[in-house]
Design a protein around this ligand. Structure first.
Ligand code: 5AD
Ligand code: SF4
Length: 446
């Protein structure tokens, strides 16, 4: 072949999906493909999809619809749908999208390069979706948004079966990677210049359980913390029923582990939590937050909430609003409930009207925004240590970075500081961003 075939991967969804896209791209580049950003140039277009909410699926359907034309113009173009929606909607994709050549679920991605070759060689449609219980051993690949930050999957799948959630059905049962493999991978990343590692899993608190040898998230954090040169260690996502004092103590003790916890509450109503199958109460959640704050000084907490879960009354929503006011999260992600076929909640009537979900969403956001505005304003005047990520998208004369507690900080500076930890004095704030100036002469730890 005169020119290597060109590959475009489009990604929807969570960090785990972004990581999968990089894994897939790495495999295909190794097999001789060249990357492209342009759909016009691409010989293979892979759409990595998300199923967590209907909205994410709608975006993928619309992109796939728009690729039909391109395929008519260039029949040799290979179009693949991969990821969560490929697993969940395989039949509908095959029926409704005849121009799609390849459908591959998240549990079969290690075969993808082979499958793409099969389509190219035989010009036949290929379907590869797992049965939901044979998760493939995760591969040793990490995602690097830049030279000094990396995302590393430590487990895959999920066994929690929250009533609203499609993840156990599309990503399969929970499976942990052996700790030796993760430690070796992080060592290699750090040797290659990585300073901040974020460990990924659907419920990282149960990491190690499937290994049956005493390995836990805490034992893994201890081993990773010992790696010389690793400055910051984060992990997402945690489950309130499994967030233990032992974990909080490790967060406080281990210097590289950041004082930041994403601990989705989902609701402040015990009736809703029970029907969500979350297996904790509002009181337990509040007790966990109090304990975390007691054990980990300066810790910041982020959360997810679903509004309009089946049967959610005004009074139950008020309990959620009250919890948000009480906890004062650093950040909240708020979602309108959307029924996912096959889940337990999908059997309940989706009886909260759309405009009520919309209104509750808006109200929760407004409450949280006021909290963030006040809490960020209270930080002005302090000096914080920022891991510089690079030039700000909004203004290339400014740098953007994060504190270890995950505050976003923007300040004027030289892009050469990227990857360094710099002291910044905070001078202004908005609900989402802190603004500052570099502390001159302050030793920037390189
Ligand atoms: N509807 C709305 N939000 C959902 N989430 C998960 N499933 C659904 C659903 N069916 C939200 C949860 C989860 C986040 C990733 O997405 O809040 O924490
Ligand atoms: Fe990620 Fe869940 Fe969406 Fe799959 S369904 S991409 S695991 S958020």
């Amino acid at each position: 072949m005169a020119h290597p075939p060109k590959l475009l991967v489009v990604t929807f969804g969570c960090q785990m999906n972004k990581l999968d896209s990089e894994v897939v791209a790495a495999c295909l580049l190794e097999a001789g493909y060249a990357p492209t950003e342009s759909p016009r140039e691409a010989d293979v277009i892979l759409v990595n999809t998300c199923s967590v909410r209907q909205h994410a699926e709608d975006k993928a359907w619309s992109l796939l619809g728009s690729l039909r034309r391109r395929k008519q113009e260039r029949p040799e173009l290979v179009i693949g749908v991969i990821g969560c929606m490929a697993q969940k909607e395989r039949e509908r994709i095959q029926e409704r999208m005849p121009h799609v050549d390849l459908v591959c679920g998240p549990m079969e991605l290690d075969r993808l390069a082979e499958l793409v070759e099969e389509v190219r060689a035989r010009r036949e449609r290929v379907l590869a979706v797992g049965e939901g219980h044979v998760g493939r051993a995760p591969r040793v690949v990490s995602r690097r948004p830049n030279r000094f930050q990396a995302f590393v999957a430590i487990m895959r799948g999920c066994d929690n079966y929250c009533a609203y959630c499609v993840v156990p059905y599309v990503r399969g049962r929970e499976e942990s990677r052996p700790p030796d493999e993760i430690v070796a991978e992080v060592q290699a990343l750090v040797a290659d210049g990585v300073r901040e590692v974020t460990l990924l899993g659907q419920n990282v608190n149960s990491y190690g359980r499937t290994l049956g040898d005493g390995t836990s998230l805490v034992t893994l954090l201890r081993r990773l913390d010992a790696i010389e040169g690793l400055v910051r260690l984060r992990f997402v996502t945690s489950h309130p029923k499994d967030a233990t004092d032992e974990l909080f103590r490790a967060m406080a003790e281990l210097p590289s582990v950041c004082p930041h916890l994403h601990l989705p509450a989902q609701s402040g109503s015990n009736r809703v939590l029970r029907d969500m199958n979350r297996r904790y109460t509002r009181e337990h959640y509040l007790e966990r937050i109090a304990r975390l704050r007691e054990l980990v000084p300066g810790v910041e907490v982020a959360s997810d909430f679903i509004v309009g879960f089946p049967g959610e009354t005004d009074a139950e929503f008020e309990e959620t609003a009250d919890l948000v006011r009480q906890v004062e999260f650093q950040n909240c992600f708020i979602f309108k409930y959307s029924p996912r076929a096959g889940t337990r909640a999908a059997e309940l009537p989706d009886d909260v009207p759309w405009r009520v979900k919309q209104e509750r969403n808006r109200r929760l956001l407004a409450i949280q925004e006021a909290i963030m505005r006040r809490r960020n304003a209270a930080m002005v005047g302090r000096t914080v240590e920022v891991l510089v990520e690079g030039a700000s998208h909004r203004d290339p004369a400014h740098l953007t970075g994060r504190t270890s507690a995950n505050h976003i900080v923007v300040f004027p500076g030289d892009p050469a500081l990227a990857g360094q930890i710099s002291p910044v004095r905070l001078v202004a704030s908005t609900p989402l961003t802190l603004f500052g100036t570099l502390v001159q002469g302050g030793a920037s730890r390189g």
